[in-house]
Design a protein around this ligand. Sequence first.
Ligand code: JHZ
Length: 396
Amino acid sequence: MNKKFLDLGNQPLANKYLRAYKKLTLKSNELYRLTVGFDNKTKLVSLINKIPDKKMFDGNYPYKSSMSKTMINSFKKLSIKIKKRFKPKLFFEIGSNDGALIKNFNISEVVCVEPCANLAKITNKKGYYTYNNYWNLSLAKKIKKNFGRADVIYSANTLTHINDLDDVFKSITHMLNKEGVLIIEDPSLLECFKKVSYDQFYNEHIYIFSALSVKKLINKFELELFDIEKLETHGGSLRYYIKWRQNKKIKIKNSVSKQLSSEVKFGLDSFKTYKKFGNSVKKSKNDLLKLLKTIKKKNQKIIGYGATAKASTVLNYCNIGNDMIDYFVDTTPDKKNRYMPGKNIKIKKYEKKLLNNVDYVYLGAWNFIKEIFKKEKKFIQKGGKFITHVPTPRII
Ligand code: JHZ
């Protein structure tokens, strides 16, 4: 049973950036109630109200993985590791986005699937065989028929976006070679709780995985974890390495039991911890609002940096509008001149000069803090300051 522990209020769809501001309503299905629950049996954390895929992932999906150097470097490093460790003849990616990872592989070795038509078009144009489909069993059957089984199946920040996880893994096992490896990478629930980064919850993140939940989930499909890597990306992610249980050639690393026991030690297997998190989120909201209001009382200027899906959750949960944040800057072409979901705050195409005469920058993309600080040395030298709500609302 999915027991509620968090209520983030009425929220718009996170990646829908409108061309003109308008007030959204629940009645017209433009807003939905964002509540999150924990299932003690499966240890899965998931949204209670789920939005149909087709409403979220369409032909105008704005998010592009290649917009940050951090992600480009992370994918490059991973591709080197995969080639060295697993030497795949057929590499299959679920949710290839704009090709940030596959561009490091030869065209002939790769097949991928991407439901957003605008993104699939980019990788198909570059020559990578991309199915513009949602991931499911009938597609897996078709791909296996055309290309055979995959040696490595990889998916970053995608499986948590699909409602029917049983179908997801059934489809994966249909396509995975008997000696093959599945690698999945998603935000870590443990990191999310430690950082009180409640903005990891929005309509697209139907699930936030822990190693505890992944272990239970894959067990049903004769799969098992053999390695887990901790990553700094997306505010703290886990990279899970998974094999067939019957494959005894691959040894199980200590990293698996280490992660599982740190999650149990933190209390991720007990509802008490979830309730506590719910209270920390309320405090985070109050503290952030107090901080912003104190700055605005002094008539100082605040802008946002990184028009993220995460920022959409924060703005709508805390009810932050253009009375507090003048505008957001973002490098993504498809977010230019749009409005933050549900809010009258415009997104401007990033230019350094947009930081002139700004006192504070709220980090919508706090997960790229290192990359952003490096880029904005001048702003910092001139006395400019940053605001983040992670792990507690504060000025940096
Ligand atoms: P970023 C998206 O979430 C949605 P978001 C999705 N559901 C998901 O799971 C994750 O990604 C992986 C901009 N930026 O990655 C680019 C700058 O402007 O935190 C992006 O718009 N300047 C698929 O939206 C945004 O910030 C910069 O210097 O929360 C970052 O978005 C940098 C580094 C980024 O994901």
